[in-house]
Every structure is written in C-alpha cells, then in structure tokens.
Design a protein around this ligand. Structure first.
Ligand SMILES: Cc1cc2nc3c(=O)[nH]c(=O)nc-3n(C[C@H](O)[C@H](O)[C@H](O)COP(=O)(O)OP(=O)(O)OC[C@H]3O[C@@H](n4cnc5c(N)ncnc54)[C@H](O)[C@@H]3O)c2cc1C
Length: 379
C-alpha cells in the first residue's frame, strides 16, 4: 500500500534537506578526507530535533515518528553518509531507554540525548562476537551496589565522542543469548576508556572505535530493563536501527544516481552525450527502479513501526534491499563515470566506499536473510 506523507512529514523532510545541503554537503568531502568527526553539526542536528525523533515530546524528543525519521535520514545521508550513520545510531540509542528504561532513567537521559546535549552509542560487537551475540564475552559481575565490568567492544560508531553507551554484557554463567543484560554507561565511569580508532575504507568522518572496560564500575541503578533481557533489548533496538540504515543506504543511492545522471548528460563520446546510449540508459533505469522499490519497502517498515504493529520482518527486508541496492547503484554509477569514477576527483568514488558498509553493519545481508526466513517460516 502506498505511504501518503502528511504535511508534518513533508515539512521535516524539507527541513532536513535544507540543513543537509547547507551545513553538511559543502564539508562532507573534506571531513571524509581528514577523518574529521563533525561534532558541531551533530549538536546542531540535536537542536533541530533530528537525534530524538522517536522520543515523545514529554521526554524532550520531537516525537516525529519513524516515517519522518526515515525521510530526514535519507536527506542527511544524501549529503554526508558519515553524519547519517551517527544520526541513525543516536536515534537507536534512545530506543532501549524508551522501551525498557525505568522512569528515573528516562528522566535522567532521554531529553538530553534527544537535544544532542548528550550523544548516545550502542555497543554490542566484540572481537569474537559479530553476527552471533551469543558469543559475547564482556562480563558484568554483580558486586552489590554496582556491577564490575571487564572486556572490550569493537567497531563502535562515534564511541570516542559518546557521552552515554548502551552496553550489552554477559551477566551469568550460561553461554548463548540467555545470560545477557543491558546497561547504561556514562563516559566518566571509572575503568571505562576509548581504545583504537578504525582506519576504514569509507565513512571516514564517522568515528569507529574500540571501547575498553577494565574493572569498570556501573551503578546498580544503571541496569537497563531486567537482568537477562539484554538480547531482547539489543534485538529491539536493531529492528528500529535497520530502518535507519535502510534510509541511509537510500540517501546514498539517490546521491549516486544523481551523480551518474549529471555525468552521463555532460560526457560526450562518439560525438554524443553518453546518456544517449542504451547501455547507459538501462543502467539508469535499473537504478531508478531499485531506488523506488527500496523507498517503498523502507517507508512501509517505518509506517508499521509508527502504527505500533510488529515490523521485524519489514525492517530486515528494507535493510537488506536498500543496502544491496545502494551497492549496486554505486557501482553502476561509478561505471558510468568510466576512469574518472575511479579517481578522487569525482564524488562517486567516496559514495561507493560509503555504500559498502551498509550491507555489513546492524546485521549483514546474510543475517537479514536469516531474520526474514525465520519470520516467514515461523521457525
Ligand atoms: C563502520 C562500522 C560501524 C559499526 N558500528 C557498530 C556499532 O555502533 N555498534 C556495534 O555493536 N557494532 C558496530 N559494527 C559492527 C557490525 O555490526 C559487525 O561488523 C557486523 O554485525 C558483522 O559482524 P563481524 O564483522 O564480526 O562479521 P562476522 O559475524 O564474523 O561475519 C563474517 C561473514 O560471515 C557471515 N556469517 C556470519 N554468520 C553467518 C550465518 N549464520 N549464516 C551465514 N553467514 C554468516 C557474515 O554475513 C559475513 O559475511 C560496525 C561495523 C562497521 C564496519
């Protein structure tokens, strides 16, 4: 069923587009080249309500909902994919608090996360636990007034700038998903530090780091939800997060197509614009079709979330299809640029590197297929 946008959703999309074109796009290439994390722009996005879009107004968020979030994130990604992954993770980091937090935790953190005063991150991945959270080794031991945490998280988006970490840790002796719990960690807690930064292929303005916990003391009141609910909390957060990554991929794909169309109209070979060749036209037709299908899948998942009905299957479908589409579109757009596409002179080279991560994080394409098949087969 088509998703009709209301006046507020259109207004939010335009506001995000205006911000992104003025504040992000002119700087995106330099930030990427110099690996500059755009902290000032991120704080401004908080001021515009873009970091707490699922947070209701009574907790200081914009309460704009998932469809608006998806539209706004696309516009941010179109201009700067690195900033878009931060917007996605910042919004994701409010979900565990919203769904599982105590009233005191919501009061303490939510409005400050939504306004951008605090930046939140999400720490699940470890060296031995990527697709399989059941292999998590970071351990939190109950010491009465506090939990004592030891272990390492890796690949944590904007972990070096985050004020608050949603941490998933093992709290029992069992292996697998059962003994995991979630905690809220503040950056000043003793024993918590930021480790090495990844030197990545793309999204180089996004700060991807290791988080180190050495006898880190987390106060008892910072347990999020109930003991043993960590896996459920992480998967709930990732369902929403996948709508974000689908939107990010869509924004990148749209930018790639626009670059390809512009270049194909300008570039002349055999006495004609290359856009007159059917081979080029077919690539552009495939790009436009893939992007439209990804847009509809992503909006449909977002609408289900806004309606409060289950959306796990739709979020995984949207993430799978949009991210695979973004990669296909990026490589076709690069192909249309010929040799120039393979140089740093043209934007498509950066967009193709940025697109690559979208089929990997928040569950690889293979993991999305596992989720979708499980939902379809009910196994
Ligand atoms: C830029 C970036 C940012 C990230 N940000 C965060 C973050 O903020 N927080 C966080 O917690 N993590 C983050 N991650 C980590 C990311 O979520 C993991 O990299 C991802 O989940 C895959 O885990 P892995 O890298 O260990 O790969 P592995 O799990 O080792 O997978 C390797 C390969 O095996 C395949 N595979 C694994 N299991 C199966 C299976 N059962 N069936 C079929 N194929 C399988 C995978 O699909 C993949 O192709 C980030 C990663 C990147 C690159």
């Amino acid at each position: 069923m088509p998703v009709t946008l209301n006046a507020e959703q259109k207004m939010i999309s335009l506001m995000a587009k205006d911000f992104a074109r003025k504040e992000l796009e002119p700087n995106a290439a330099a930030w990427e080249k110099n690996q500059t994390f755009p902290i000032d722009a991120v704080r401004k996005m908080g001021g515009l309500g873009l970091l707490g879009m699922m947070v209701p107004t009574e907790y200081g968020g914009s309460g704009a909902g998932a469809v608006s979030y998806c539209l706004a994130l696309q516009e941010i990604a179109y201009a700067c994919a690195s900033t878009a992954v931060t917007m996605s993770v910042a919004n994701l980091s409010t979900e565990p608090l919203l769904k599982f937090g105590s009233e005191a935790q919501k009061e303490k953190y939510l409005s400050r996360l939504a306004s951008g005063e605090l930046l939140g991150c999400f720490a699940l991945t470890e060296p031995s636990a990527g697709s399989d959270p059941g292999s998590l080794q970071l351990r939190a031991e109950d010491r009465g007034s506090h939990y004592l945490v030891n272990g390492t998280k890796i690949f944590i988006t904007h972990g070096g700038y985050a004020d608050v970490v949603n941490l998933i840790a093992r709290t029992g002796q069992d292996k697998g998903n059962k003994d995991l719990s979630a905690f809220i960690v503040e950056k000043g807690f003793p024993g918590f530090s930021v480790g090495a930064k990844e030197d990545k292929m793309g999204l180089r303005a996004s700060n991807t780091v290791e988080l180190i916990f050495e006898d880190c003391k987390i106060p008892r009141e910072n347990l999020l939800g109930k003991l043993g609910q960590g896996f459920k909390i992480a998967m709930t957060a990732l369902d929403s997060g996948r709508i974000g990554i689908a939107s990010q991929a869509l924004g990148i794909a749209r930018a790639c197509m626009d670059e390809a169309v512009g270049y194909a109209r300008e570039r002349r070979q055999f006495g004609k614009a290359i856009s007159s060749f059917q081979a080029i036209q077919w690539m552009i037709a495939d790009m436009a079709t893939g992007i439209e299908a990804a847009r509809l899948l992503t909006l449909s998942a977002a609408r289900k979330k806004d309606q409060g009905v289950p959306f796990t299957r739709e979020a995984s479908m949207a993430k799978l299809f949009s991210s695979e589409t973004a990669n296909r579109v990026a490589y076709q757009a690069l192909q249309i640029h010929g040799g120039y596409g393979y140089t740093k002179e043209f934007k498509i080279e950066r967009l193709a590197r940025d697109a690559r991560a979208t089929t990997i994080y928040e569950g690889t394409s293979e993991v999305q297929r596992i989720v979708i098949a499980r939902e379809v087969l009910k196994v």
